[in-house]
Ligand binder design. Sequence first.
Ligand code: SAH
Length: 231
Amino acid sequence: MLDRYYSAEPIQGATATLSGSEAHHLLHVMRAKPGWRLIVFDGYGGEYEAELTDCGRATVELSLGPRNNIERELPFQLTLAVALPKGDRQRWLVEKAVELGVARLVPLLAARTVAGSEQASPKLLRYVIEASKQCGRNRLMEVTPPLSFADLIESEQTSIRLLAHPDGLSLDVAEQVSAGNCSLAIGPEGGFTEEEIALAIAAGWQTVDLGSRILRIETAAIALASAIVLR
Ligand code: SAH
């Protein structure tokens, strides 16, 4: 299996140039030389087998084989709206969401979201790229600007909209949720408020209970996303 590298520039034509951390990794960690073979993708779908032709000081030139239109996306669109945790927990959440095939990650501003904690880490795009390299996805998970709870509830038009809430109606996700595009919402550490739950239900969302233990944000997000992906 060839290693996968990400081109920040959309790929056009028969050559590509890698720069930044991707070139650094090839030049200084792998000590790659001309003739080295790899897979390159640009995050817009498809991948290319490539051969390293020239090493610059901070860039690497590639000669590309034909585009392989391989897709490793889910057969439906999965949106995950979460009051983002911080630090390593945010990194873990983003990595697992990419691995499971989440198409859109929405940082959620709920009533009890702690001020500032909805901020995506500046490294978030890097987490998405690293996870995509590792798991073989050729499309990058989109991370949207933060959305208020009311805006999320009103704007999602997917056929399945689920709000994770302890004490919620115990929905058997595997048996009762049909196929189709899906939106999931996970609350902050303080949980959703009663008003938020009422607003969501009035707009056609269903609450889903994930068991008798209280899960941390990232566990709840990945448990529910897994149940949907594997249903
Ligand atoms: N004290 C809060 C718990 C928050 S846990 C409360 O009682 O609501 C953070 C978020 O993870 C919750 O808002 C919910 O979306 C999700 N979550 C955690 N454990 C869950 C469970 N057992 N069932 C459903 N959702 C859960």
